[in-house]
Ligand binder design. Structure first.
Ligand SMILES: Cc1cc2nc3c(=O)[nH]c(=O)nc-3n(C[C@H](O)[C@H](O)[C@H](O)COP(=O)(O)OP(=O)(O)OC[C@H]3O[C@@H](n4cnc5c(N)ncnc54)[C@H](O)[C@@H]3O)c2cc1C
Ligand SMILES: [Zn+2]
Length: 250
């Protein structure tokens, strides 16, 4: 009789898990100038591991694309709503509704719209993301597309998507401990995870941080890459964090 059972009953837990992952779409927004960097290696590991699972992976390689980080009136390709007094938020909102945004923004918005998971891969710059990635946030997450009051936070327009911030630091883990000189990494995640992603309705997975890759051995760096690949294997089973002020500041 056992032979007659549908094949899915015979799946091992591992294959069943892969099966659930297959078909998921992932957008990696990646900001590093050098493909040979550790960030470059972390990005490649993610592309390889997620593709192996059957996910469709798209990478926005911001420096390679020469992505424009500045929020200017060039982002509106047709007539302005109010040309007497330029208001970037209002103009991009209006342009989004009538299809008047510049092509690079429309392309990125399409990638976001299709993705189940957004991974942001970058080196920490001044307790934040590099300017080119901040520019991506400023320009792509337009009102009307990503949020539209009162549709923000849990009812943000990008709900049902996940985000994960994966970054490297110059400072050590000890420096980023709660009592350490840099303070807890959760303090610097507040604007990125809560102020941007959660505001747009996106649920946030635990961040992935590689501390001080420049100051550790080659072997330790290999372990960092392996740990990232390992985490990605079971990523779809993870629960989002409770992205509230308490998570960051308690
Ligand atoms: C403007 C600016 C602001 C900054 N602000 C901060 C800040 O606020 N806080 C902070 O903590 N840091 C800060 N930094 C430091 C920065 O975060 C680190 O320099 C960066 O995170 C290191 O990551 P990377 O990918 O650039 O490292 P890399 O230097 O590229 O990588 C480290 C080493 O890994 C090697 N490597 C690459 N691939 C592999 C592989 N497959 N296997 C093994 N080894 C490999 C590389 O060859 C390299 O030797 C700042 C830096 C800048 C430029
Ligand atoms: Zn939040």
């Amino acid at each position: 009789m056992r032979d007659k059972q549908p094949c899915w009953i015979l799946r091992t837990e591992a294959t069943e898990c892969c099966w659930k992952m297959a078909g998921r779409k992932v957008l990696i927004v990646y900001a590093h100038q050098e493909p040979k960097s550790l960030n470059g290696a972390l990005k490649t590991v993610a592309v390889e591991e997620l593709s192996k699972q059957g996910c469709t992976v798209t990478v926005s390689d911001l420096y390679a694309m020469q992505f424009e980080p500045r929020a200017t009136r060039n982002d509106i390709v047709d007539c302005l709503h109010n040309s007497d007094e330029f208001n970037y938020g209002v103009e991009t909102w209006e342009a989004y509704k009538r299809g008047g945004l510049s092509n690079d923004l429309i392309e990125e918005q399409k990638k976001v719209q299709e993705a189940d998971l957004l991974i942001f891969q970058f080196p920490l710059y001044w307790f934040s993301m590099p300017a080119i990635m901040k520019g991506w946030m400023d320009r792509v997450l337009v009102q009307g597309f990503a949020h539209e009051f009162p549709n923000c936070y849990d009812s943000g327009l990008l709900k049902n998507k996940l985000a994960l911030f994966s970054f490297t630091t110059g400072g050590s883990k000890e420096m980023y401990a709660k009592g350490g000189i840099n303070g807890d990494t959760r303090y610097l995640l507040w604007p990125m995870q809560h102020g941007i992603m959660h505001f747009c309705g996106v649920k946030v997975l635990e961040p992935h941080i590689c501390f001080a890759p420049e100051y550790v051995s080659e072997e330790k760096r290999k372990e960092m890459l392996l740990a990232w690949a390992q985490r990605l294997k079971t990523l779809w089973k993870e629960e989002p964090i409770n992205c509230s002020p308490e998570w960051y500041f308690k």
